[in-house]
Design a protein around this ligand. Sequence first.
Ligand code: UD1
Length: 425
Amino acid sequence: MEVFRIQGGHRLSGEVRITGAKNSSLKLMAAALLASGKTTIHSVPNILDVTIMAELLRRLGCAVSYDPANETVEIEVPETIEHRADYDLVRRMRASIAVLGPLVARTGSADVALPGGDAIGSRGLDMHIAGLERMGASVTNEHGYLVVQAPSTGLVGTQVYLDFPSVGATETLLMAGVLAVGKTVIDNAAREPEIVDICEMLIKMGADIEGVGTSLITINGVSELTPTEHTTVPDRIVAGTWAVAAAITQGQIKIQNSNPEHIALALDKLVAAGANVSDIENGFQVSMDKRPKAVDIITLPYPGFATDLQPQFIALNAIAEGQAMVTENLFEARFRFVQELSRLGAEVRTDGHHALVKGRAHLSGAPVEATDIRAGAGLVLAGLVAEGETTVHAIEHIDRGYVSFEKDLTKLGAIISREKTQDFS
Ligand code: UD1
């Protein structure tokens, strides 16, 4: 077991470079299944989830190689691929569900184990299933697997209304629709930059997609796609985490290779908290020279405030002047980490979707446990400003979303180390 040991109270200053988005890279890798031949994807972060997705693709028949130095993955997709995604891999990573759409589109069927991943809420699949059924597929749940069968003539384009702009459901239907017969319309589609990224790659592969980045996506099915080369969009959540790191430590960080427009609302909140945010070439800079003011947050689908930045902002509010209401609309269990934050002395009361955070002048270091990727990031940020020593346990969660987090933090002036520990849990 490994922990981060942090000595709080050090201002961060310097620059970091953002790599490609985890939440895009994994889907781009799955999208490669849609065309036989070699697809190359750049700016793929060196994280465990990429290794899991590579193994999943191998079991489907692909040859996959990943070069961590260049952050490039090459996927050789055969003419004929398998259609089963096994439980032992899928349970370790929810994003495995991204193979569902491509498998049904390419092979006419898919057996995909019901996914695991972060323990941040129920994370249903009803919209994925309803959409595929509307396209003519039969979907059953057998022995823990989602078993999907398209008609013998293939999926049929149709109009699908999503109850909620789900990222995962939009991706499944997009990737199912590109090879379907006729026109698929996804109404109330998700508009996240990662969705735009997948659309751009699919278009390079020969897909006919209109309305990219809007809530009405129209796909005219084509009979075949060709492999391509693509660079992943920068990770806006990692960029946003560094932005909060600058603000919470009253420091100054240049965040390279990032698009501030992708986290415009979060940066606006930092300005309201008292930070200075300015554009730099190929990124942006955040600086802060006083104690932050508390800021209210309401998470919503893009372009609303990203739920994946909510824990980091709760950490910021925990040491801010004043009090703030944080409303979580996407994942009900995301406040689980508040219990851990209160071990550092944070004053947070939760009631359903709401968390009331009363800022305190000081937090005090303590052992805490990461409950998911972003909660882990939030706890590290709080540890950076807590007095004394904080140890963050279960950092394997953090490693799933942040490449060399502690090394970058050290370069910026934090006192943090990765240590082995004996945990009895
Ligand atoms: C993706 C991101 C995750 C981010 C989230 C919202 C990946 C690997 N993960 O997750 O980091 O927090 O988007 O921006 O890209 N829902 C249903 N039925 C469905 C689909 C979703 O009820 O069929 C619910 C979920 O339980 C959740 C909400 O909709 O409450 C949002 O889910 P969704 O947008 O699909 O998120 P993910 O794709 O799981």
